[in-house]
Design a protein around this ligand. Structure first.
Ligand code: ATP
Ligand code: MG
Length: 612
């Protein structure tokens, strides 16, 4: 599979620049101190920093996850450590192979390659599944039961929650002091399928009065007859996330287990589990297991999006969006289809930084990161989204009206090495309908009757006649061109030394050398910064105009396929700047080309807001 971050003109330079010059965040400072004290080893030793990204395969990854990925992978790379991809697949009810596949694809696209170095991943530690160590987890559970640190409880889920107590009132369970032998027999029976789903659980014997409710004898195992995407029907009991998580970190030798703030209150439980196992192992005369250090950081929460997987799943299932990879959806798959680059996502995450404070992040930071990246790298092309026909009446006056003239166009003014291409000019061209105004105000510098404008890379034209259909719609303009303005240059001064000037420059395409293409314009899926905050239901804040499909757009013919000298995008997706329109990527290749608009040239939302 393509790693997505290899090669590409300017790619590495861009990447390095966005990674440097940022102050060291608190997790880097912790790791620096760990290295100074030799806590996990010395630099160069792959165990010095071993991180992981632990998704539950119950949906597609979203932009929030990119923060966790960039952080954990970025640290493994920075300290020459190792990065694991681990599927936290402890809940067979919600998990699917399709999600596993999409998550792998997204990570490779982002450049977070978990493959070991001999398998192409420079900082990879490997691929892990929680379900691969179900056996080990079960053995440790038995160990805790044997040492009186866990018991089988016959309360139903509803009863457990009824008896959970309050901050001032401890929880209760009538089964807490059942004999060890009985719990041992029952847990084995649970595993062997001798008890009904939900009829009993294994619980850790910690502290029913703890102010931290996570420590009030949490459930470790439940009975659930559901086939698992990895283990099939080998198991009918499944570990709870909190029991499993620290054990996974332990088995993989994770040094810095990085997660979001909502797990802060779970850390004492993870620590308790590992300590309890190690105390029991010590009594049994066995070596201790690895204990990872968990560090929490604030989630990424961009404006104008809904990121909860549960809500996202509902939007997919209810058809609010057109699948998990809808380009309006903030999934990695969605924004990739939209035209986002991995580099822009890295730059955005770098700019957001790593802190312990939950905050709302302005989505325009993400959009600007993309503009900045594509401004440097995207080849320019001309595409007319809403075409208006223009006939150049003095073209071929001497009998060669069918002639097409080759003109040179600059591919990327930001990158001289991107070179030039040829565009063809002729008798009939298209301009953007909104670039002409019949009754134009004085400050309208585009085309108007009697007015003159520059056609980019071509000629200056003057409008002489407006043709309308029976309903009064403008269907064509008749213009003349000035042969002395070839390439868009100013004409020489007249006899009195006056120089003619124009203020407007329009993009255009030749009617005899163009492609009919479809263009999809996307707007934000929601109209407010925090969907659902005021209305109570995020669906009430949906933007009804988030998708506009334009057909019959006219594109210069060079867009049919990538030109030889176009930069190579690491992921094979073609991206362009359509002059004066924004940044676009190819959604569909072939006879009928379709483009998606990734982002406009300017922040139009900010502009509208400023206008009031
Ligand atoms: P949900 O809680 O809706 O099921 P989740 O996004 O927490 O979904 P996980 O698969 O558990 O799903 O997430 C994997 C990792 O990504 C976790 O370590 C989590 O801390 C991290 N993560 C999730 N959302 C964000 C976010 N918005 N910003 C940063 N990290 C996140
Ligand atoms: Mg989660």
């Amino acid at each position: 599979m393509n790693s997505g971050s290899k090669g590409g003109r300017g790619e590495r330079a861009f990447y390095n620049r966005c990674m440097s010059d940022t102050p060291r965040h608190f997790i880097q400072q912790i790791i620096d101190a760990d290295i100074a004290s030799g806590k996990w080893g010395v630099v160069g030793d792959p165990t010095v920093v071993r991180t992981r990204f632990p998704p539950e395969p119950n949906g597609f990854l979203h932009i929030g996850h990119t923060k966790a990925i960039c952080l954990s992978y970025g640290l493994a790379r920075e300290y020459d450590g190792a990065f694991n991809l681990r599927f936290d697949d402890t809940n067979p009810a919600m998990e699917e192979q399709a999600f596993v596949d999409s998550i792998k694809h997204d990570l490779l696209w982002l450049g977070a390659n978990w493959h070991a170095p001999d398998d192409g991943g420079a900082h990879g530690g490997g691929l892990f599944y929680a379900s691969d160590i179900f056996d080990k987890m079960y053995e440790w559970a038995l160990l805790l039961v044997r040492h009186g640190k866990a018991y089988v409880c016959e309360l139903s889920a509803a009863e457990v929650s009824e008896r959970r107590g309050s901050p001032s009132k401890p929880a209760t369970s009538p089964w807490r002091d059942r004999p060890t032998e009985e719990s041992l027999r029952l847990i084995e029976e649970m595993r062997d399928g001798k008890h009904a789903d939900g009829s009993m659980t294994l619980r850790a014997k910690i502290d029913l009065a703890s102010p931290n409710f996570n420590l009030r004898d949490p459930v470790m195992y439940r009975i659930l007859r559901k086939p698992h995407h990895n283990t099939g029907d080998t198991w009918c009991i499944y570990p709870m996330y909190d029991w499993a998580h620290g054990l996974e970190d332990s088995v993989e030798g994770i040094t810095h287990s990085l997660c979001t703030l909502e797990f802060e209150d779970h850390r004492p439980l993870y620590d308790w589990y590992i300590r309890a196992i190690n105390e029991a192992l010590k009594v049994d005369g066995k070596p201790a297991i690895h204990h990872a250090q968990q560090i929490e950081f604030a989630k990424l929460k961009p404006t104008y999006v809904v990121l909860s997987k549960r809500n996202m799943r509902a939007m997919v299932e209810d058809g609010v969006v057109d699948g998990w990879d809808d380009p309006r959806f903030p999934t990695i798959a969605g924004i990739r289809r939209r035209g986002y680059t991995p580099e822009a996502i890295w730059a955005f995450n770098t700019s957001v930084g790593i802190t312990k404070f939950n905050a709302l992040h302005d989505i325009t930071l993400l959009e600007n990161a993309l503009r900045e990246d594509l401004n440097e790298r995207a080849p320019r092309r001309m595409v007319v989204l809403d075409p208006l026909k223009v006939t150049i009446t003095n073209w071929g006056e001497h009998g060669d009206a069918g002639r097409l003239e080759d003109l040179e166009a600059v591919n990327n003014p930001e990158d001289a090495s991107a070179g030039k291409r040829t565009v063809k000019f002729g008798k009939t061209i298209y301009i953007e309908r909104e670039d002409f105004m019949e009754d134009a105000p004085r400050k309208f510098f585009r085309l108007k009757p009697g007015g003159e404008v520059r056609l980019r890379y071509a000629y200056w034209i003057t409008c002489h006649e407006v043709i309308k259909d029976g309903d009064g719609n403008i269907v064509e303009l008749k213009c003349t061109y000035d042969p002395q303005t070839r390439g868009g240059d100013s004409p020489p001064p007249d006899a009195e030394g006056n120089v003619r000037k124009v203020k407007g420059t329009l993009h255009w395409v030749s009617a005899d050398d163009c492609l009919d293409v479809e263009v999809r314009l996307f707007d934000r899926l929601f109209t407010v910064e925090e969907p659902g905050k005021a209305t109570g239901n995020f669906l009430d804040d949906l933007n009804p105009d988030s998708l506009t499909v334009l057909t019959g757009c006219k594109a210069e013919s060079s867009l049919q396929s990538a030109l030889v000298d176009e930069p190579v995008w690491g992921d094979g997706i073609r991206r362009y700047q359509f002059e004066r329109q924004g940044y676009f990527c190819v959604e569909q290749e072939g006879a009928s080309l379709v483009f998606n608009r990734a982002v406009g040239l300017k922040d139009s939302w900010g502009k509208n807001a400023a206008r009031g």
